[in-house]
Design a protein. Structure first.
Length: 298
């Protein structure tokens, strides 16, 4: 799926250029091209208008297979489980949408998630297929996600992240660290780890920087405020684990921890709590704050 592909009826559209082959109709060709999707499912997609031409017009199952033409089809996941937690829209204007994402909801379609994603839900709620997230949160992380609502001004807001002109504040619940003096900064080089979806610290010039403060130091678990100065994958999770205080619910750091059979998934106690920046269009300062707390999600 291309990142700019639209959402149609909660489902992400994928594009396919028709390659040479012996098929006389679209149904036969698609069944051959995607053998993992059975013929009845393709017939159902055609019947529901889920296969379109390049101009967005519904195609018939017996339409001819025209080599070189482009079609759109809508990837669906059979028996996709509902994610009951609901997002909130905190702000919406002609250029920006600010959403407050719950734990467990992916931002964009991936793997077994298509309909149950923040992007799909917001497109359905707003009727705006031009929505594009300007950054990402892990599926297990809750909090603020900023979306561009129109292509014409998108790059101005994307530059805020590329040029590190946006202040991001997170909160986390993790074990106490009484032997360290706060605030402190963790600087390290993050590189791909093992397995491929984990990151690791390595010798070398730092490419990840986090400022860490303590909000509440009562008890064996403290509440921390985290300010990532860079935006590396899993940066906050890895930096806290490296200090000896892995964030509660972290299944990747410091060690990979597969879920126990039948055990409910635990929310990562990490919240994207605030975003602050100078608006690139107006020059006015803007600040958005999550309505969630980690106590509610714990």
């Amino acid at each position: 799926m291309h990142p700019s592909d639209p959402i149609h009826g909660h489902v992400a559209a994928s594009r396919l250029q028709l390659a040479p082959g012996p098929w006389t109709c679209l149904l036969d060709g698609l069944c051959a091209r995607f053998p993992q999707v059975d013929r009845a499912q393709w017939q159902d997609r055609f019947a529901r208008g889920r296969v379109l031409d390049g101009q967005g017009r519904a195609l018939a199952a017996d339409a001819p297979w025209r080599v070189g033409s482009e079609i759109q089809y809508f990837r669906e996941v059979a028996d996709e489980a509902d994610i009951p937690a609901r997002e909130a829209i905190l702000h919406l204007d002609d250029h920006l949408l600010v959403a407050d994402k719950p734990h467990f909801l992916p931002v964009t379609p991936a793997g077994g998630y298509v309909r149950q994603t923040l992007l799909a839900r917001l497109v359905a709620r707003t009727g705006n297929p031009a929505l594009v997230p300007l950054h990402r949160l892990d599926r297990l992380t809750a909090g603020l996600v900023l979306f561009s609502t129109r292509a014409e001004t998108r790059d101005a807001y994307q530059r805020l992240f590329r040029e590190r002109r946006i202040d991001k504040t997170y909160e986390a619940l993790a074990p106490a660290l009484p032997g360290l003096a706060f605030p402190l900064e963790r600087h390290s080089q993050l590189v791909p780890g093992e397995p491929f979806f984990r990151m690791a610290e390595a010798p070398g010039a730092p490419n990840a920087r986090t400022r860490i403060e303590v909000i509440d130091a009562n008890g064996p678990e403290w509440r921390y405020r985290l300010h990532p100065e860079t935006g590396r994958k899993h940066q906050l999770r890895l930096h806290m684990a490296a200090l000896g205080a892995p964030i509660r619910g972290d299944d990747l750091y410091p060690q990979l921890r597969p879920p126990a059979a039948g055990a409910p998934e635990q929310p990562l106690q990490l919240l994207a709590q605030a975003l602050a920046f100078k608006d690139p269009l107006t020059g006015h300062p803007r600040r958005f704050t999550s309505q969630q707390t980690l106590d509610q999600a714990a």
